[in-house]
Ligand binder design. Structure first.
Ligand code: 5GP
Length: 191
């Protein structure tokens, strides 16, 4: 998606070798016109997939998922990052290792919101090692729902998540695929 790539080139800030900060338009301040174009593009790529639920993870996936859901005319569920263990039975859970903080946390979705017959599109802002996406896809599987695919805004293609997800047969659509990045020279895309 050329508009997104241009914006990343212009406003993205590379930190070290593997973190891209996009706080001015995606992760802190949010450019809603850009979000609308992102939502429209996800709709184009997943048209005719009969998606009836969008699943994301708090916090930064929520805004993108909500705007995208307007094009699919469906609700959004966001997996919560949970500290408590006394909710077993009513929720689906998975463990996720955080890329940005390095620690492992549980994500949960209430059973009442996901189940057989649901056709789910996962949406998230970044794909790095694939832990968030694997955790979310486990929730879908445990619920007996169908995972139609995953829509990612920025895939860091030099990290292993994308290959791992595709190898599992999950349909993955990334709107910008970063081939390499460097604090001095900036971001280079796959295509
Ligand atoms: P993964 O689970 O694929 O390793 O990492 C995905 C999650 O980590 C995303 O939900 C995102 O919040 C965060 N993340 C991973 N890499 C980056 C990055 O380069 N920049 C930002 N802002 N977030 C990232």
């Amino acid at each position: 998606m050329e508009l997104l790539k241009e914006r990343i080139r212009r406003d993205g800030k590379v930190k070290g070798t593997d973190v891209l900060k996009v706080d001015s338009f995606l992760n802190h301040q949010m450019d809603i016109k850009l979000f609308a174009e992102i939502g429209r593009e996800f709709k184009r790529r997943f048209a005719d997939c009969q998606i009836n639920k969008i699943l994301t993870i708090e916090a930064s996936g929520i805004g993108i998922a909500c705007i995208t859901a307007q094009y699919f005319d469906c609700p959004v569920i966001f997996a919560k990052k949970s500290q408590t263990k006394n909710i077993a039975g009513e929720v689906y859970t998975a463990k996720v290792e955080s890329f940005t903080h390095g620690r492992v946390y549980d994500i949960i979705v209430a059973k009442e919101f996901l189940g057989h017959g649901d056709r789910v599109l996962i949406i998230d802002d970044f794909l790095a090692n694939g832990a968030a996406l694997m955790g979310l896809s486990k929730l879908v599987e445990d619920a007996g729902a169908t995972l139609v695919g995953a829509g990612i805004v920025i895939e860091k293609a030099f990290q292993p998540g994308g290959d791992m997800i595709r190898a599992r047969g999950i349909r993955l659509e990334s709107l910008a695929r970063v081939k390499s990045m460097n604090e001095e020279t900036g971001v280079e895309f796959v295509d």
